[in-house]
Design a protein around this ligand. Structure first.
Ligand SMILES: [Zn+2]
Length: 71
């Protein structure tokens, strides 16, 4: 029987997260990396983590004189 183009190779895959967690699974894509996973995403950890590299939250707090320490 001829190999069909409708059935891509389903291969063993390692998905690496930026938090260090590695998932062994299967995909048609091969190894790849992700930025968040269920082990580190705030939705699952219950911890709030704001990605604020540009300091926009600080600027907002300063502009409206919000004191974050008081909360
Ligand atoms: Zn993760």
């Amino acid at each position: 029987m001829k190999a069909s183009a409708n059935h891509p190779d389903y291969i063993s895959t390692k998905i690496t997260c930026s938090c260090g967690t590695i998932y062994d699974t299967f995909s048609t894509k091969g190894d790849f990396a992700v930025e968040v996973c269920s082990a580190c995403h705030p939705y699952y950890t219950g911890k709030q983590k704001i990605v604020d590299a540009a300091g926009r939250v600080d600027r907002f707090n300063k502009k409206y004189k919000r004191d974050t320490a008081a909360e």
